[in-house]
Design a protein. Structure first.
Length: 338
């Protein structure tokens, strides 16, 4: 039988947008159900004051999760996100402690450290071919050593300038939320509408085919880790201004949450195309879920268990082939009937 190669190449392109839009629709529906449940079971979690205080933290998680999405689109995972966020916060709060004029130099220093971290991860994984889990876990240990060296484990209060820029609102809209929306829009346009972005997705979807087509596979994979660190830096910078006195290990809570936002947004952990807008909406869902759980009286351990359950549900929704399982379950019944 002769097949038409045009049809073979067109079929995946028709299926991929459906799966990506399915991720966005799923997380939007989940967010709507969560808000409805909040009105019924925990009204304090959906009051205007609670939502206003939740949005800046949702914005930070969305920005950090955007960076994680870029890594996952290349078939990797970045476990150094916790150390990266913590180190940026420590550098900014300790180097610019009480002096607004030192905020910009401290932020640039933190950006340089983040870029070096991304380059290190990119070389280890993209060039040397190390396992992403092993490489980024080792990087995270080094970052936490740097956190301890800079801070001694002692938190410091943020500066007034950083608090005004990141923690304040204009016309009721938090500045951090504006930054998150702009970051999501920019990275979506770059990835989806530019030639380099389409090549980036092609490398993540099929590295061998991309290499055969002449694309620099190692460079794109390394670039994912570098640009991810830029988003971690931006999110950490905002978080350092939102919190009055962030801890030296503030990034710990963003490891599981960032990966969960990526998965709930519909991006496959095996790599390929991803929906960055869905990732941002999933970050909003997870932050509101935390607020809902705390309003119900759960402690930190209960909140972590709920986050883990959301992650597991997301993996099951987008990874398991439910139609194949259904066919397998129907096969014995059909055999018995025959």
């Amino acid at each position: 039988m002769v097949t038409d190669p045009k049809n073979e190449t067109a079929a995946p392109s028709r299926r991929a947008p459906r799966s990506l839009s399915r991720g966005l629709l799923t997380v939007v529906a989940a967010l709507a159900l969560l808000v409805a449940a909040g009105f019924v079971l925990a009204p304090s979690s959906v009051r205007s004051g609670a939502v206003q205080s939740m949005l800046p933290f949702a914005a930070v998680l969305a920005i950090v999760a955007l960076g994680q999405t870029l890594v996952v689109m290349q078939g990797g995972i970045d476990l150094s996100v916790a150390g990266s966020v913590s180190l940026v916060i420590v550098i900014v709060t300790h180097q610019a402690y009480g002096d607004d004029s030192k905020v910009l130099p401290a932020a640039l220093l933190a950006l340089g450290v983040s870029l070096l971290t991304g380059l290190g991860n990119g070389l280890l994984i993209g060039r040397l071919g190390l396992n992403p889990i092993v490489a980024t876990l080792g990087t995270n240990a080094l970052l936490y050593a740097a956190v301890l060296a800079v801070s001694g484990g002692t938190p410091r209060q943020t500066t007034d300038l950083l608090a005004r820029l990141a923690g304040d609102s204009t016309l009721g809209v938090p500045h951090a939320l504006v930054v998150a929306v702009l970051a999501t829009a920019v990275v979506t346009v770059v990835v989806k509408k530019t030639a380099s972005g389409r090549r980036f997705e092609a490398v993540g979807a099929n590295g061998s085919a991309a290499w055969a087509a002449g694309l620099r596979v190692q460079g794109f994979k390394a670039g994912g880790y570098v640009f991810a660190q830029v988003f971690y830096w931006l999110g950490a910078l905002l978080l350092a201004g939102i919190l009055n006195k962030p801890t030296a290990y503030q990034g710990d809570s963003y490891l599981l949450a960032s990966v969960a936002a990526v998965v709930l947004g519909g991006t496959s952990l095996l790599g390929g195309r991803g929906n960055l807008v869905a990732t941002a909406v999933a970050a909003l869902f997870l932050t509101q879920l935390d607020q809902f759980v705390l309003a119900l009286g759960f402690d930190f351990a209960g909140k972590t268990l709920v986050q883990s359950a959301a992650f597991a549900i997301g993996v099951a929704l987008y990874t398991i082939n439910w139609s194949r399982l259904r066919r397998r379950s129907d096969r014995p019944a059909a055999t018995v009937a025959a």
